[in-house]
Design a protein around this ligand. Structure first.
Ligand code: ATP
Length: 267
């Protein structure tokens, strides 16, 4: 039963401090959502509404989803993620109904961050075949976003795309996804922070993360998270074979770096 499809509602324990780099992006998220929410008195004084959503755009694997989960973590909110490509593909003929269901679940569980991934999937530059299906999905999404103010109280919409030029312009009007934030691959300091984050709570020996960060120019957060996974696997395997706990060391990380093909680079 597609309609009762279990939605994966999460309560992320992440905070913005867990997100490596993206200093400007975090500032904008703070100004748009977090500061007004934390300061209801000031919000009232300035007449700041909590309407409007934010569109995160940029290449894959640079932390758009991760950021949205961290915003939910900061707000102590639930997190509900839905891919609009899935909404179209798997819910053919049901997409309006199911989109409505997503927002009803979010409203009943407010405060809730709704993460709409791949919003370009309902963009305009698509095949004629799917145009009418997309039109009605866009219209449904617009009415959910515009939903009577009080109904959307505590529902925060963050959307993401790798193809901002394909996002329907109607979605970008004021009060809807009215802010665009570019999420780029991490710089050296950010790469170091990302590596540190993904190695926290793991047995780590003497490692020079700065050196690794230097060596991974152009790598995405997803690539670096993968490096940490592979290095961990190597250390775990050695521990299993030797019978004692081997800390994750430079040799494991360097071997992992050699093994990973960074996604943003030519092969
Ligand atoms: P896509 O466009 O493919 O959906 P995305 O921009 O949403 O990509 P994420 O899914 O957020 O990328 O990133 C993938 C994984 O990479 C995250 O789960 C996280 O482990 C890691 N990651 C990416 N960016 C960062 C970051 N800035 N700090 C810490 N971890 C990161």
């Amino acid at each position: 039963d597609v309609e009762r499809r279990a939605l994966d509602v999460e309560r992320p324990a992440l905070t913005l401090a867990d997100v490596g780099g993206l200093t400007e992006v975090k500032k904008r998220l703070d100004a748009a959502f977090l500061a007004p929410l934390r300061n209801p008195g000031l919000r009232e004084l300035y007449g700041k509404s909590l309407k409007g959503g934010l569109l995160l755009y940029g290449p894959p694997g640079c932390g758009k989803t991760f950021l949205a989960r961290a915003v939910a973590g900061e707000l102590g909110a639930r997190f509900l993620s839905v891919s609009l490509a899935d909404v179209l593909d798997m819910w053919i003929g049901q997409s309006e109904k199911n989109l409505h269901h997503v927002f009803e679940v979010a409203r009943s569980g407010a405060p809730c961050v709704v993460f709409l991934d791949e919003v370009d999937a309902i963009g305009q530059r698509r095949s004629q075949l799917r145009r009418s299906a997309m039109r009605s999905t866009v219209n449904q999404l617009l009415s959910e976003l515009d939903g009577v103010d009080s109904r959307n109280e505590g529902v925060f919409v963050l959307a993401a795309t790798n193809a901002p030029w394909d996002v329907d312009v109607a979605l970008r009007r004021p009060g809807r996804l009215d802010r665009m934030v570019l999420v780029l691959p991490p710089d050296q300091a950010a790469r170091e922070a990302i590596l540190r984050f993904h190695l926290r709570q793991r047995p780590v020996g003497h490692v020079d993360l700065r050196k690794l960060a230097k060596r991974t120019e152009g790598w995405t957060g997803a690539d670096l998270a993968h490096v940490c996974e592979l290095a961990t696997e190597r250390a775990l395997l050695e521990s299993a074979a030797s019978g004692d706990v081997r800390e994750i060391g430079m040799e494991h990380l360097q071997a992992a770096v050699a093994e990973v093909r960074p996604s943003a680079r030519p092969w």
